[in-house]
Every structure is written in structure tokens, then in C-alpha cells.
Write a protein that binds this ligand. Structure first.
Ligand code: THG
Length: 270
């Protein structure tokens, strides 16, 4: 399971404040803590007004790249923003994201053609997020086929089916799994990712629902999660699931994480 650390996101109030105050230490600390907890990529999302988004993202990208040795996941709804900050990335990472909305693919795909960059592809279009599996599958197919025109192979694409709240759609997880299974039959090397918190929107004990979602989605073949690796319960669930699925020989990662105080009751550092 590939972990994309989600905490550097200007829509989180404490991060928004750090951005406003240009508090470098706060951002650096978030990057370091996420990577220490196991993040493979560090998501950076400015979440600011469009006029200052490019400048804010550049600032975030510099801090993260000076602080940690992991690639970025550049998160913006605006492909033009991504185009402008792209050259400030010091190594290939993940673009978050393209979709069938507007000209996103036409801007982003040429940008990453001939590079090792990967891309998250959301299954939505100008009509919004489809609620049925079939439309999601069709959009995923279009996104993968368009990518092939730019020599972007399916293994560089993470499909994100934008999971709905379970409280709004009782089949939300089942649709997610069916979309994943169907798309992977067509493109066995394509990857899937998802945020983990939308599923529980409006429900009590959200973290329990989020963890159950992670476990089932993981078992169903999800390759990556956009998550907070500093969330000790979620990380423990992820590592336990990985061990249960036979992906952690001798449960070594699980034991190590416990020994290194990344999961379980918080122990005082000596
Ligand atoms: N798909 C894709 N990109 C995404 C999302 C997605 N980017 C944004 C978002 N969803 C994922 N990022 C976040 C970031 C923060 C929170 C939720 C999703 C969040 N954070 C709380 C905080 O830090 O205070 C709580 C975190 C916790 O307790 O775990 O809510 O779906 N492609």
C-alpha cells in the first residue's frame, strides 16, 4: 500500500494559519512527521484563493523538498496551477489530479509525457461525479486511453473513483469495489487510490468506518491511500491489514512500527 500523506493541505485550519503566517517550521514538521510515519509521497495542497495558489504551492513545495527525501503529490483543482509549479518539483512525483472535467488531461498529460511522473485520475466529468459504476468505468477508460496517446502507461495512473458518503449511498463501498474490479480487468497494471474520510461523512465514530473502509478496499485491490499516516489507529489498521494479506513477511513491519512507537499506546521518547 502506497501512502500519500495528506496533512499539508490549506483547507485544514491549522495549516491555513501556518500558510498565512508563512510559518515554515510548522510545514516542515508536518512533512517530517508524515515521512517518519511511512508516507511514500507528500501531498501539497494550497487551498487558497486562485490568485495566490501558485505562489503558495511553490513555497510549500520548497519547504517539503528541503525537509524530506520523498517525492511530492501536487494537489490542485486547477491544471494551469500545476503547469506553473511543475518545474519547481525536484524529482518526479504524482500529479493530483486529472479528470474528464474541462481540459485537464490536455494540459497535464503533455506535461508528464516522457517523464516518470504519475497521475491521479478522478472518475468525474463536466456532469460531476457519477453515482453508478458503469459511468465511472467509462470515464476511467477514457482517462487511460487518452493517456496512452501521450505514452503514459496504465501503471503510471492511479484511478480515484471518488467514493461517496455511505450515509448518502448505501452501496458506496460496493460500487467502489466493483469499479476497481472492472477497470483492473481491462487494465491489469492500472493503480487505484482513494481518500479515506469521505466514506464516513455524517456518521458517528467516523474513524471506525474509515478504518473498515481501508481494510476492505485494501483487500479488494486498492494500491494506495491518501491519508494521515500520523493517525496511529489508521496506520495500525493499515499495517495489520497488510500483514493479514500476507504482504508483511514475519509481520516484521508491524512489529517494527510497534517497537518504534508509531502504532499502539504513545510511549514517552527517551
Ligand atoms: N482524492 C484525491 N485528492 C484528495 C482527496 C481525495 N485531496 C484532498 C483530500 N481528498 C485528501 N486530503 C485530506 C486532508 C485532510 C483531511 C482530509 C483529507 C482531514 N484532516 C483532519 C486534520 O488534519 O485535522 C483530520 C485527519 C485525521 O484525523 O485523520 O480531515 O479524496 N485525489
Amino acid at each position: 500500500m502506497i501512502i500519500i500523506g495528506e496533512k499539508i493541505n490549506g483547507t485544514i485550519p491549522s495549516v491555513k494559519q501556518a500558510i498565512t503566517e508563512r510559518n515554515e517550521q510548522f510545514i516542515r514538521d508536518l512533512a517530517v512527521r508524515q515521512v517518519e510515519a511511512g508516507a511514500d509521497y507528500v501531498d501539497v495542497c494550497a487551498g487558497t484563493a486562485p490568485e495566490v495558489e501558485v505562489e503558495t504551492l511553490k513555497w510549500l513545495m520548497d519547504i517539503v523538498q528541503d525537509a524530506v527525501d520523498k517525492p511530492l503529490c501536487i494537489d490542485s483543482p486547477n491544471p494551469k496551477t500545476i503547469e506553473q509549479v511543475f518545474e519547481y518539483a525536484r524529482r518526479p512525483g504524482i500529479i493530483n489530479s486529472v479528470s474528464e472535467e474541462g481540459d485537464k488531461c490536455e494540459v497535464i498529460y503533455p506535461l508528464i509525457q516522457g517523464t516518470e511522473w504519475q497521475v491521479i485520475a478522478l472518475t468525474c466529468d463536466n456532469n460531476g461525479i457519477p453515482s453508478d459504476v458503469q459511468t465511472r468505468v467509462e470515464i476511467a477508460k477514457t482517462l487511460v486511453e487518452k493517456a496512452q496517446k501521450y505514452d503514459i502507461a496504465p501503471e503510471r495512473i492511479y484511478i480515484d473513483p471518488l467514493v461517496m458518503a455511505l450515509s448518502a449511498d448505501n452501496k458506496s463501498l460496493l460500487n467502489f469495489v466493483e469499479t476497481l474490479t472492472t477497470v483492473k480487468k481491462m487494465y491489469p497494471t492500472v493503480k487505484f487510490t482513494s481518500g479515506l474520510s469521505n466514506i464516513s461523512f455524517g456518521m458517528p465514530l467516523r474513524r471506525v468506518v474509515n478504518q473498515a473502509f481501508l481494510t476492505i478496499a485494501f483487500f479488494a485491490g486498492m494500491d494506495s491511500a491518501i491519508m494521515d499516516p500520523c493517525n496511529r489507529e489508521m496506520l495500525a489498521t493499515l499495517l495489520a491489514t497488510r500483514a493479514l494479506l500476507g504482504q508483511d513477511r514475519y509481520c516484521r513491519n508491524y512489529y517494527n512500527a510497534y517497537r518504534k512507537n508509531k502504532i499502539g499506546p504513545v510511549k514517552e521518547e527517551k
